[in-house]
Write a protein that binds this ligand. Structure first.
Ligand code: ZN
Length: 124
């Protein structure tokens, strides 16, 4: 089994309305996102997938979050608070959709860090 991981980051604002704490006030983070895909079969070039393809897919998805007020995006307006957990699930769904054309590759793990010392990992 091979696993490939790419990392990127985005800046955005959110507030967690369902949580009585300072997080309920409007504030922002510089989130770091790591996406890992996995598979057993290599292509003719000896790669699971070109890092460039994975980076572009992740950049597309994360770009939709960058410099946004997350609470106002459609995914988070429907009741999912923009917590690190739900951001990871959102990124998983969007990246997995982009890799649906690659049946030999599974999106294995999404890591979303609010700081170097605090992160969430989502695995389907
Ligand atoms: Zn926050």
């Amino acid at each position: 089994m091979f696993e490939l991981t790419v990392e990127t980051s985005f800046a955005a604002a959110h507030c967690l309305k369902g949580y009585p704490s300072p997080c309920g006030r409007l504030h922002g983070h510089n989130w770091t996102v790591a996406v890992t895909v996995a598979g057993e079969r290599l292509n003719d070039a000896g790669m699971l997938v070109d890092f460039k393809v994975l980076k572009e897919a992740v950049r597309d998805v994360v770009g939709e979050l960058d410099h946004q007020y997350l609470n106002e995006l459609p995914f988070f307006r429907t009741g999912a608070e923009p917590t690190a957990e739900n951001i990871a699930r959102y990124i998983y769904t969007a990246v997995a959709a982009r890799f649906s054309a690659y049946p030999d590759i599974q999106v294995r793990e999404i890591k979303v860090a609010e700081s170097p010392a605090a992160w969430v990992v989502y695995r389907p």
